[in-house]
Design a protein around this ligand. Structure first.
Ligand code: SAH
Length: 493
């Protein structure tokens, strides 16, 4: 029987990727095809399956836009092919998101679909600016209004009198171009020109910017400040609750867009902590592990073994099982390159030590690790090259290139961090696949290296290195990131 497909029309939230619902996230993880909009944070794409096909529905480089009819047709086509299709839309799909048209097209074609709500920008951006849209003392009602319609002048036909007098908090979407018209309509229909107005651009993202004024002043302020869409115009008494930096804007790493260079060893834990401190972190390039189970004849039973990573431990034990071998047939001692790898060995109830504790005169050592280590100098002090057994390899996940391009084009990349020399290699290969070079990326980002080795590798590859950490630690990295202004000034002078 033919597999039944389904199309999931999902709200991605206003920007912060953590604002996607658990349901939306689960569907995204298992999607065969993902169609995403311009306002969807590109970092969300990194959570799709490595095999998923990604289709961008926003503006293309030559201002070409995938039209709504074409999007509908693609949704129907992939749905009929029996695929799991995710349509990721900014904010909530039902709020100025044309989800009605997409759902209708799917219904007419007999393709099953679901709608997964999301957090709409009017509420999400306001919350990240520190403003609740309702408040027992300031606002008992809230409306979302389009600031633009499809009429030739684009000025929305609204019952302005009712709106100006009947609703406490009004969130206008797509309204910056019509701000003079909106302010004028509200005041001429009876709303006080003293009414506070808050503009929030790129809310909930590292690019969030706000501007506070009143119906009487905001037009001039927005002009002077070159305020642009995407932005919410929040009109009402609650707007004055924005005082200074909001809880979000005062996070220590707010507004920093970091590209964390990834080697095959995971850096994700550092990435997660930097995110907690308010940074947007792109771990690049995304890698996919390809395990290579060992044949019985290739499993060394008489020698001491050095495991280079937890993944090599995992493949080794999976290989024993696949070959029906008992762990007691292995006579050598076990060593791990890092503490983490030692822990991985211990989780299989094997005693293990870090390699630095091994007597260098001890007997022959066989190394198990991923192919990227072959021929690396660091290993030659432990063993001969022929004593290396490949347990796995890493492939670059090609869609990461789309994520990279979207982030670059949206100017959401200001710092590159190289935790080690190997990450320089993998990032450079990833950049090449994106048509970017170390020289080019150095012109719009600052480059931070954890130590001398990574610095040398980066310079050799063609990067301009701005900072080498005093210590190769997360604390030292934070110290440098927190001194952002000082650093940028130094770079410019
Ligand atoms: N479905 C979306 C709205 C799409 S219309 C939602 O529910 O949020 C596009 C408009 O949404 C933009 O012009 C802007 O007014 C608003 N918008 C979307 N994301 C935003 C953000 N991160 N910050 C401020 N406004 C945003």
């Amino acid at each position: 029987m033919k597999k039944q497909g389904c199309v999931y029309l999902i709200g991605a939230g206003p920007g912060d990727i953590g604002l996607l619902t658990l349901k939306g996230y689960t569907y995204l993880k298992h999607a065969d095809v993902v169609l995403y909009d311009r306002l969807v944070n590109p970092l969300l794409l990194e959570h799709a399956s490595p095999q998923a096909e990604m289709i961008y529905c926003g503006k293309m480089p030559k201002k070409h836009i995938l039209r709504q009819e074409a999007i509908n047709a693609l949704l129907v086509q992939h749905g009929l092919e029996g695929k799991n299709v995710v349509r990721l839309k900014g904010g909530d799909p039902s709020v100025f998101g044309r989800v009605g048209e997409e759902a209708e097209a799917l219904k007419n074609a007999g393709v099953p679909y679901e709608i997964v709500p999301g957090i709409t920008a009017g509420i999400g951006a306001a919350a990240y600016a520190g403003v609740p849209v309702t408040h027992r003392e300031h606002s008992l009602s809230f409306a979302v209004i389009t600031g633009h319609d499809k009429s030739p002048a684009g000025e929305p036909l609204i019952d302005w009198k009712a709106l100006a007098n009947g609703i406490d908090t009004i969130a206008f979407y797509m309204g910056i171009g019509n701000l003079p018209y909106i302010a004028e309509q509200l005041t001429s229909h009876g709303r006080s020109s003293e009414t506070p107005v808050l503009l929030i651009q790129w809310g909930t993202t590292g690019k969030q910017r706000t501007l506070l004024g009143s119906l009487g002043t905001i037009v001039e302020q927005a002009k002077a400040d070159h305020f642009k869409n995407p932005a919410i115009i929040l009109v009402g008494e609650v707007s004055k609750l924005k005082e200074g930096e909001s809880w979000f804007e005062s996070k220590p790493l707010f507004s920093q867009h970091l590209l964390l260079g990834r080697s095959s060893e995971e850096m994700s834990e550092i990435g997660a902590r930097l995110r907690d401190k308010g940074a947007e972190v792109f771990e690049f390039p995304r890698m996919q592990i390809k395990k290579q189970l060992l044949r019985e004849a290739d499993i060394p039973v008489h020698h001491d073994l050095l495991f280079l990573s937890p993944a090599s431990v995992e493949v080794f034990f999976a290989s024993l099982q696949a070959n029906n071998m008992d762990i007691r047939s292995i006579q050598g001692e076990f060593y791990g390159l890092s503490k983490k790898t030692v822990k991985a060995l211990e989780s299989y109830h094997c005693l293990a030590r870090q390699i630095s504790e091994r007597d260098s005169n001890a007997s022959r050592l066989v190394i198990l690790g991923d192919a990227g280590w072959i021929g690396k100098e660091e290993l030659l002090s432990f063993a001969e090259e022929q004593d290396f057994i490949v347990t796995h390899a890493y492939d670059r996940v090609p869609q990461t290139e789309q994520t990279f391009r979207r982030l670059r084009d949206e100017e959401r990349m200001d710092t590159i961090i190289f935790p080690n020399a190997r990450s320089v290699e993998t990032v450079t290969a990833g950049l090449q696949a994106c048509g970017e070079s170390p020289e080019m990326i150095s012109s719009y980002t600052r480059i931070i290296c954890f130590g001398e080795k990574s610095k040398q590798a980066a310079v050799r590859a063609g990067y301009t290195v701005h900072t080498v950490l005093a210590q190769p630690t997360e604390e030292a990295l934070l110290e440098v990131l927190l001194k952002k202004e000082a650093l940028l000034e130094a770079a410019l002078s």
